[in-house]
Ligand binder design. Structure first.
Ligand code: ADP
Length: 456
């Protein structure tokens, strides 16, 4: 069911129920009022008859009948029955009113007693004088009152129906008006496709920041993120293809050249070693891409276990030292924590090793200097691994893009690389709820701070 219809029906049900309670209460209170009013009239008739009995010494039933006939206030289907000392002395009306003994007892006991008999309301009162004890009973049908009550019932019923129809109509109208901006948003969203991701939902200029305004803003922000992810993905694929194509083309060229004519063994060796170099480059690139893909799909705690950070860093330094024997890689604790357990965190050891290795490897690779410093600093919250080199540095305007996949700074074109190491390290640190920060001075060196949260 559409929200519009749901709102309308809900509104109608609530208003209908309230109105029904209101109408039933009116009917109920009016019915009570009618009963009280008619009882009062019956009582007045009974008292009037009693007065005649007092004033006229010798009560003549014929006289009462005559007076009743002249009286304009006679009730509809009225009966008057008078008993003197339990003996019926007067009974008038369309049909005879039968009064049982227990009823007479009750009237005598209570002096005034109201009851209903054959749809008629009856009141009995007592009166005593020197002749004895009179019981005067008057009954009648409140035709006027019941007609009014029936009329009221009809008015309330028809009124209720008309009101409900009006409420449904108004509810639909207002729900339509309130929800029309949502329909607008929906139709605009419908027009946004993969090739048209830059389109945005128009946000009104109104000062009032209503929910629809917020919805449109949230939706636009989501589109920003999707567009960014979509474009990164596109550029990732094109960059990856480009990076793969370069060594493959070079490999293809070298093998073709080798096959064109017969060559000396040395020349073949030369071609083979250069091809092997390209293959190794290709292999390195593919491994990097595979790692990137894996970190993308990894769940957070995959293969996590306790890892002691300083030991991991020392292993990595060892590996780099073997690769760059001419560079001195120093290691130092900037501050040694009192409890050594602070150096142990839950991590995926293999990934973390790859991440730290990429950074120390870069420090060595981009240093024309012979020195790289690795420091460990432990605070209450973070373990920070600092890698400091005194190499070529990163141009200031490029430092913000350096963590993007395939991005390589302008000053490193002559040094081999694919530009995926740092972005992979960044992802790995994010998976470990950590982060990487780079500070660099072009021509003076680079500092990379890798922070990991201390285990709780
Ligand atoms: P690669 O080193 O394979 O090019 P990375 O992702 O590891 O890829 O690094 C991306 C870019 O960041 C490098 O091409 C380089 O321009 C810059 N960079 C990273 N580390 C350093 C460093 N220590 N000194 C200078 N430039 C660096």
């Amino acid at each position: 069911m559409k929200i519009k219809n749901r709102l309308t029906y809900l509104f109608a049900v609530i208003v209908g129920a309230l109105l029904l309670v209101f109408s039933v209460s009116i009917y109920f209170f009016y019915a009570q009022y009618r009963e009280r009013d008619f009882t009062q009239r019956l009582k007045v008739r009974a008292l009037t008859t009693a007065q005649i009995i007092v004033e006229v010494e010798d009560v003549d039933p014929g006289l009462i009948k005559l007076l009743n006939a002249k009286d304009k206030s006679v009730l509809y289907h009225e009966h008057v029955v008078i008993f003197l000392n339990r003996k019926e002395i007067f009974n008038t009306g369309v049909e005879k009113l039968m009064i049982s003994k227990p009823v007479l007892d009750k009237i005598e006991k209570r002096n005034e007693y109201r009851f209903e008999q054959n749809e008629k309301e009856v009141i009995g009162i007592t009166y005593s004088d020197h002749n004895g004890k009179y019981i005067i009973i008057v009954s009648g049908y409140d035709k006027y009152g019941f007609d009014k009550l029936q009329n009221l019932e009809l008015i309330l019923l028809i009124g209720w129906f008309i009101f409900i129809l009006i409420v449904i109509g108004l509810g639909r109208f207002f729900a339509d008006r309130v929800l029309s901006p949502i329909s607008e948003v929906v139709s605009k969203v419908d027009n946004i496709t993969a090739s048209n991701l830059s389109a945005r939902v128009q946000i009104g200029e109104s000062v009032e920041q209503d929910e629809l305004h917020q919805l449109a803003e949230t939706f636009n922000r989501m589109l920003d993120r999707i567009q960014y992810a979509f474009e990164s993905q596109k550029s990732f694929v094109s960059n990856a293809s480009h990076e793969l194509r370069t060594p493959l083309t070079s490999l293809e060229g070298q093998l073709e050249v080798g096959l064109i004519s017969d060559r000396s063994i040395d020349e073949y060796k030369q071609i083979l070693s250069s091809s092997l170099e390209d293959l190794l480059r290709l292999n390195g690139l593919l491994n990097g891409l595979l790692d990137l893909a894996q970190t993308d799909t990894a769940t957070l705690d995959i293969n996590f276990g306790p890892v002691r950070i300083d030991e991991l860093v020392l292993t990595v330094i060892d590996e780099c030292q073997r690769k760059f024997p001419h560079i001195t890689i120093s290691f130092e604790y900037e501050n040694m924590p009192e409890e050594e357990e602070k150096l142990v965190i839950q991590a995926n050891e293999q990934w973390l090793k790859t991440a730290v290795l990429n950074v120390i490897d870069n420090a060595c690779k981009y240093s024309d200097n012979t020195k790289v410093q690795v420091l460990i600093n432990v605070t209450d919250v973070w373990i920070v691994i600092k890698v400091i080199d005194f190499g070529i540095g990163i141009p200031e305007k490029e430092i913000t893009k350096i963590l993007e996949p395939f991005y390589r700074a302008d000053n490193t074109k002559s040094i081999a690389g694919h530009g995926i190491g740092l972005s992979l390290s960044n992802k790995i640190f994010k998976i470990h709820k950590g982060n990487i920060q780079l500070f660099s001075n072009l021509g003076f060196g680079t500092r990379v701070f890798m922070a990991l949260p201390v285990a709780k």
